[in-house]
Design a protein. Structure first.
Length: 292
């Protein structure tokens, strides 16, 4: 990855950047459409590209289940499978710890999923998540993190944050052993819920590992929190996203996960975020068409 900050806003922390990856250059800030199972609902790859989109997202957990790695290998990777010529980012499968929690058991080794399709158990470890993402062929790959609902409080939030740091170490080690570090770029995911002290601790630990990662994501803010928590200053005087961008390195791209409301996109960019993604802009029209 080649990352360059081109310009900065004089009033906010917004910035314009250029990120060069194996499948081309993506100008930042950008919104990434979500193609969970290697398809954006209602649009062809050519139509998406014609909109100026140069970076989309696939989901590791779902692609591993269907169509499966053998099909992706035979197709030559997810780019060719979905006819996408530009850059691709993959989720690690961490969010499914929340969205599919009734099918999941979390241990230090990894997350044990029961397939909602076949009932078969699947252990997703940090190493396995990275291996799957290598096979998918994404330009940006994410660490496996221990994700809890953003409304969770108490010891479980600290446990998840600390485990995410330990899993990051395992992801970095496996990625470096793979020999794919030059073509595929690993991002860390900052956790800590809405607890600013835990966010700070996670930030400090992950920034220490800066040399092993290409960028930073801010996770754990899209699982049921009140919209106002993301959009405006909270009771502690700082929102979680601002706390993160205040400390994150200037020379790495910053990715806020699960931000889809238009006004929140503007707030995040003003706070110094470079990349955002959510399924909302694509899902809302489908829901309204059925309701209409």
């Amino acid at each position: 990855m080649e990352f360059e900050v081109i310009a900065k806003c004089h009033t906010t922390k917004a910035r314009v950047s250029k990120m060069k990856l194996a499948h081309g250059t993506t100008m930042l800030p950008t919104f990434m459409p979500v193609a969970t199972q290697a398809a954006i609902k209602g649009l062809t790859a050519e139509q998406v590209e014609s909109l100026g989109v140069s970076l989309i997202l696939n989901n590791t957990y779902h692609l591993n289940l269907r169509p499966g790695l053998e099909v992706l290998k035979a197709a030559g990777g997810a780019h060719k499978f979905q006819g996408w010529k530009s850059n691709l980012l993959t989720d690690s499968g961490g969010f499914q710890l929340v969205s599919l929690s009734k099918f999941t058991t979390i241990t230090e080794e990894g997350a044990l999923f029961v397939s909602p399709f076949t009932g078969e158990p699947t252990m997703l470890t940090p190493e396995e998540s990275i291996t799957i993402q290598h096979t998918i062929g994404a330009d940006i790959i994410m660490q496996l993190d221990d994700v809890v609902s953003s409304l969770t409080t108490g010891p479980r939030v600290r446990e998840a944050m600390e485990r995410s740091v330990r899993w990051l170490d395992r992801c970095i080690a496996h990625h470096e052993r793979s020999g794919k570090k030059d073509a595929q770029n690993l991002f860390a995911i900052v956790q800590g819920g809405l607890d600013l002290e835990l966010r700070d601790q996670c930030l400090d630990e992950m920034i220490k590992r800066k040399e092993g990662i290409a960028g930073f994501a801010i996770g754990g803010l899209s699982g049921g929190e009140e919209k106002v928590v993301v959009s405006v200053v909270n009771a502690n005087g700082l929102i979680s996203i601002k706390r993160c961008t205040d400390k994150l390195p200037e020379d790495r791209p910053r990715y806020s996960m699960g931000i889809g409301f238009a006004e929140d996109l503007l707030v995040c960019v003003a706070l110094g975020i470079d990349m955002v993604r959510d399924f909302l802009p694509l899902k809302a029209p489908l829901i309204s068409s059925f309701e209409g």
